[in-house]
Design a protein around this ligand. Sequence first.
Ligand SMILES: NC(=O)c1ccc[n+]([C@@H]2O[C@H](COP(=O)([O-])OP(=O)(O)OC[C@H]3O[C@@H](n4cnc5c(N)ncnc54)[C@H](O)[C@@H]3O)[C@@H](O)[C@H]2O)c1
Length: 360
Amino acid sequence: MQTLELSLGERSYPIHIGSGLISDSALLERSVAAEQVLIVTNETVAPLYLERLERGLRTRNTAALVLPDGEQYKTLDTFSRIVDRLIELRFHRDACVVALGGGVVGDVAGYAAASYQRGIAYVQVPTTLLAQVDSSVGGKTAVNHPSAKNMIGAFHQPVSVLIDTDTLGTLPGRELAAGIAEIVKYGLILDPELFGWLENNIERLTALEAPALAHAVRRSCGIKAAVVAEDEREQGKRALLNLGHTFGHALETLGGYGKWLHGEAVATGTVLAAETSRRLGWLSADDCRRIEDLLRRAGLPVRAEGVDADDMLEAMALDKKTGRDGLRLVLLTAIGEAVVTAAPEREVLLEVLRGERGTA
Ligand SMILES: NC(=O)c1ccc[n+]([C@@H]2O[C@H](COP(=O)([O-])OP(=O)(O)OC[C@H]3O[C@@H](n4cnc5c(N)ncnc54)[C@H](O)[C@@H]3O)[C@@H](O)[C@H]2O)c1
């Protein structure tokens, strides 16, 4: 097992990464201090891992809530179900929520923990690659609004993150690829060496080779932890982590939160961000091609086919990154270097969205 720390003063917490952590009762005992524990999971993950986790937590007063599966359930209704259950159980302020599942479970359970009695402890036990490399670390919790992603939520840091890489063994290939999109993102914004490593090892990741997965998870968590430690509330550097996300969130919203997996939308969004950067003359055509090639080799979609460009711009305008000064985007100046900037003029974005290559 390897342990990283996310340094946030009194709210610092460990990120444990290793094999078999879900069944490690000594680690679970250390990580979950509370007596009252509500495990929140979903109908897909529960039959695979719930019993093991419950066994590991057998000295605690443990209850479980099994949610339906899917991004379309990342809603205020589901949030209310979790709060209802905590009230029914008469759980008090010292209780702990344990989120067992992917980013959807982690985000909604985290938001319930952030709100219940003005905030109780929660532990993330992420079981998708995407959640292991990204959503379980950093304390962003949220539910979707029908017209915009993650519109309702809170910053609330977990007390611990337990990443059991063995759980990736049951993950469908499409979901694995979605997680790779976020790893590519880290390489693109901050770590050209990681990007190069991915170019050399992408097939090892898609084949679920344990050492390659462990390396990618560790490196990604290290980058995420360092960025969040520096800028917890996204006043500066943390915004770089949104590369591809303004385009991606719009794709997810237009698809009704069922068509695109989050990581797939991020992959296509990243290609659109790279293409916008190229159009502005900031990124070379060669780098643009490398990015698209890598995402394609990971099995990810790289084209927003069948999406109306005007609808996309409208959905993008509703993104949380739109502030007083209009839409802001994360764009690339090189592989490993990104900037947060005002969006270019509408015509440029429309051309990019319509797939018109244009010139630099
Ligand atoms: N909070 C953040 O900082 C942050 C960052 C990135 C993404 N997100 C959010 O995360 C969500 C996407 O997360 P996700 O990609 O994990 O999706 P997800 O939670 O929907 O999980 C994907 C699918 O895999 C299944 N699954 C989970 N673990 C499994 C396992 N070990 N074996 C088999 N099946 C398994 C799930 O039931 C689901 O069907 C989005 O809502 C996104 O907005 C949040």
